[in-house]
Design a protein around this ligand. Structure first.
Ligand SMILES: Cc1cc2nc3c(=O)[nH]c(=O)nc-3n(C[C@H](O)[C@H](O)[C@H](O)COP(=O)(O)O)c2cc1C
Length: 406
């Protein structure tokens, strides 16, 4: 294994707790790690979602089952994966101090956002192209979100339409939009979501282009299948995207990405939907959003898929929540893999947390039951941590319980 990149990426994979069960990672690195990793995972692969002990068990199955190019698309960040790693490191570096002598038999995990009470602070982040991971795609995720009554965001690059998803979810989801300089097409999609009953638009502002998805490129190289039957001769990533059906697709995709303050004003002018901006990592930008009438923000670096060398989102969160000071809801995503991560994010001021890859692991491994298992595991872990910490409601979770490990 000469390639330094590959070694780093394998180290990244080796951080999966699944491998803790295998034993000595040092020894694993002495052999061909790629081969060793796959062999060991195969020994441990589960065949039923109910066997999953943690969400990484589902990641292993998704990795095994999915075509390499599709798994690569799910797993990839940019360049050396440092931003993706930073998201995880941020949580690992935080430790919790528990309070005792409290009655914790009853734990209430509910939160309120925009006047709606959610039974859990766990939300579904928007991810594109979910039929690449399972034929049921976004529908399977919406069924699971319906079952657990979770806040769900749908990407404008989804492989299922907003109308279908709202119906399955049983209520309008939050519609996520990538706006482009060709404003007409961007606003047409927004209007379609509004007609479908959506009350919240999530404007993603953190994908500026230019990010090199090296992990994806490497997985594509390993994929020997013929992609033409699904992706067409032109291999367009925009094929089969129902939200693009009614717009001038060429004008939309050929126009540059544009996320300036004017755009915020223009969106506010054309819709009464609440506007949430996703991709904030600096307190000054949070302030700018509030100045322009934005109703909520998502602290996010796109799961390390856009910007290189980003700080972990949990590391940038406290400065942002301090500045926002409860004026608008603050959500966070990136690297949330454990119930304790949810707890830490709430302690540092987030109103809710969203997951991306974890529910895709569930989807890619077993479809709807896999997604449900991921939600089940994270919810149970979070409830367990609330008990261990002596907290029985979200309001009791405080910053004083979280410390950086020095
Ligand atoms: C396969 C994939 C596709 C994504 N597509 C979108 C998208 O269409 N719109 C968007 O705003 N974010 C998208 N994201 C980013 C997620 O919304 C979220 O910010 C990120 O996955 C959170 O990090 P995590 O995967 O570590 O949980 C995507 C992420 C992944 C993994």
């Amino acid at each position: 294994m000469a390639d330094k990149y590959k070694r780093d990426f394998l180290k990244f994979l080796l951080t999966s707790p699944l491998l803790a069960a295998i034993g000595n990672a040092q020894e694993t690195e002495d052999l061909d790690p790629d081969l060793k990793y796959i062999l060991e995972l195969k020994k441990l692969l589960i065949s039923d979602p109910e066997e999953a002990i943690n969400i990484f068990d589902l990641e292993a199955v998704a990795r095994d089952k999915l075509p390499p190019a599709h798994y690569g698309y799910m797993a990839t960040g940019v360049t050396d994966e440092q931003s993706q790693l930073a998201n995880r490191e941020g949580y690992r570096n935080l430790k919790l101090t528990a309070r005792r002598i409290n009655d914790v038999r009853e734990v209430d995990t509910s939160v309120e956002i925009f006047g709606r009470t959610w039974p859990s602070p766990l939300a579904i982040a928007p991810t594109s192209s979910q039929k690449a991971f399972h034929p049921e795609g976004e529908s399977a995720v919406a069924w699971a979100a319906n079952k657990y009554d979770l806040l769900m965001m749908l990407s404008n690059f989804s492989s299922t339409s907003i109308e279908e998803i709202n119906e399955i979810r049983g209520e309008p989801v939050w519609f996520q939009l990538y706006a482009r300089a060709h404003l007409e097409s961007s606003l047409q999609m927004l209007k379609r979501a509004e007609r479908a009953g959506c009350e919240v638009v999530v404007l993603t502002v953190d994908l500026m282009g230019g990010g090199r998805r090296e992990t994806l490129s490497r997985f594509i190289k390993r994929d020997t299948r013929d992609c033409v039957p699904c992706h067409g001769e032109e291999r367009s990533p925009y094929r089969g995207r129902p939200m693009l059906d009614e717009i001038d697709v060429d004008a939309y995709i050929e126009s540059p990405r544009l996320y300036d303050a004017d755009l915020l004003n223009q969106i506010k002018d054309v819709t009464d939907m609440k506007l949430v901006v996703k991709g904030i990592t600096h307190p000054d930008d949070a302030e700018k959003c509030i100045e322009h009438g934005v109703d909520g923000i998502v602290v996010s670096n796109h799961g390390g898929r856009g910007q290189v060398s980003a700080r972990g989102t949990i590391d940038v969160l406290p400065d942002i929540t301090t500045r926002v000071n409860k004026r608008i809801p603050v959500l966070i995503d990136g690297g949330i893999r454990r119930g304790s991560d949810i707890y830490k994010a709430l302690a540092l001021g987030a109103d809710a947390v969203a997951i991306g890859r974890p529910y895709l692991w569930g989807l890619g491994s077993f479809g709807r039951p896999g997604v449900e298992k991921v939600i089940d595991i994270l919810s149970a872990e979070f409830k367990g941590v609330m008990r261990q910490m002596g907290t029985t409601s979200i309001a009791q979770i405080s910053a004083s319980s979280v410390m950086k490990n020095l």
